[in-house]
Design a protein around this ligand. Structure first.
Ligand SMILES: Nc1ncnc2c1ncn2[C@@H]1O[C@H](COP(=O)(O)OP(=O)(O)OP(=O)(O)O)[C@@H](O)[C@H]1O
Ligand SMILES: [Mg+2]
Length: 370
């Protein structure tokens, strides 16, 4: 039977995490050895997956073989060697540093184990918003003009290099960490203040980008080469934000205003747009996917500039995949709009990765009871 390794990072339980953090590295959360990582905060795990997501992915994978859980803890290399899977299904976000998403795929490559999703180079490239934009711009994929600011001393020289309003963000974070309404800078003074705060708080460079005022879309892709296809587009409905809010899908919209008791009606899927614009966005999305070397699946954020041109804001080669349809998770939502259920979405990624690696997979059992 096919052996499917499943690599993931599970969000620690907040209470257990606090106890372990205070306990000089005696972690009760498996694999979070605080003696090896300087003062992690619970925020660091925002991108990690919940037990519900991990169970749902495991269940979907099990249709194609025996699933071996390989939590991406410090002993991941030993566990992977011992498990000897035919393929690893990878959703591990990693812990520290700008190469964190690449650690699991790099270990798989080192040990010669095939795995799903993008390779270490692409994961690191896309996690660095500035480097990813350089690759896009060089290849004529539209992306907003930008400046990288590495130190407080560099802010002043950046102030007059862009047209305002400007949007500033940490260069290698995701899930809108460090992206709030305050990042919208109407003036050089705003940029001076917010860039200084972000440099101090996130201990990494920031990028200042020209703000795109048009509609925003997030676009899921499944598959590779000629078979890569863009799923129905998800439009961001800024009308759902509180009156007077800056039109961005940032920290407040993702983590404060969107609560399970009162979900923000922030997505429209399929997006109601005319066909030529839809095709244009799909083309830009596929170009970004190919230029950055994404594989099997990804989610790409696109926003329209003042001239009506779709621009790529960001590429997510490890897309969020919350299983609960009530929760705002774009890729599963886009897949549903295409008639692809959650299990089939996960399995499509598995099959695309297996095909790429020359591995033939077949269904283990029918979902119809015998
Ligand atoms: N140049 C820009 N112009 C207009 N809006 C922008 C720009 N850059 C970012 N935004 C807004 O901020 C949001 C978050 O930015 P971005 O997608 O780069 O961050 P992220 O936190 O990595 O996102 P994700 O949660 O998708 O990983 C975007 O969805 C968009 O609404
Ligand atoms: Mg984004």
């Amino acid at each position: 039977m096919t052996r499917i390794g499943f690599a993931f990072n599970q969000k620690p339980d907040p209470a257990a995490f606090e106890t372990s953090r205070r306990g000089a590295g005696a972690s009760s959360s498996p694999g979070i050895d605080c003696s090896e990582h300087p003062s992690p905060s619970i925020d660091q795990f925002a991108e990690w997956d919940s037990p519900e997501t991990i169970d749902a992915v495991e269940s979907a994978l099990s249709a194609y073989g025996e699933v071996i859980r390989l939590e991406a803890t410090l002993d991941f290399p030993e566990k992977l060697r011992a498990a000897r899977p035919d393929i690893v299904f990878n959703i591990a976000e990693g812990l520290n540093g700008r190469n964190r998403e690449s650690h699991v795929p790099a270990i798989c490559e080192f040990l010669g184990v095939p795995y799903t999703g993008s390779d270490p180079f692409t994961l690191t490239l896309c996690l660095d918003k500035a480097r990813a934009k350089e690759a896009l711009a060089y290849n004529q994929v539209p992306t907003p003009r930008f400046v990288v600011i590495r130190t407080v001393a560099q802010i002043r020289s950046a102030l007059d290099r862009l047209t305002y309003p400007v949007f500033v963000k940490p260069v290698h974070e995701g899930s809108s960490k460090g992206i709030t309404e305050a990042n919208y800078c109407r003036t050089p003074t705003d940029l001076m203040v917010r860039a200084s705060e972000l440099l101090a708080e996130y201990d990494q460079p920031v990028i200042a980008e020209e703000f795109l005022p048009g509609a925003e879309f997030t676009c899921g892709i499944l598959g590779n080469g000629d078979k890569a296809r863009v799923l129905p587009l998800v439009a961001i409905n800024f009308g759902a934000l509180p009156a007077g809010a800056v039109p961005i899908y940032g920290f407040e919209a993702k983590w404060i205003w969107d609560v399970p008791e009162n979900p923000l009606q922030i997505f429209e899927c399929p997006a109601k747009i005319d066909l030529p614009l839809q095709r244009w966005i799909e083309r830009v999305t596929l170009d970004a996917y190919n230029v950055t070397g994404c594989r099997d699946w990804a989610r790409i954020d696109v926003r329209i500039d003042s001239a009506g041109v779709p621009n790529v804001i960001e590429i997510n080669p490890l897309p969020g995949i919350l299983p609960n349809p009530e929760e705002n998770s774009c890729l599963p939502k886009a897949a549903r709009a295409a008639g692809i259920g959650y299990d089939e979405l996960i399995q499509s990624c598995l099959l695309a990765g297996a095909e790429r690696c020359g591995l033939a997979l077949s269904r283990r059992h029918s979902s119809v009871a015998a």
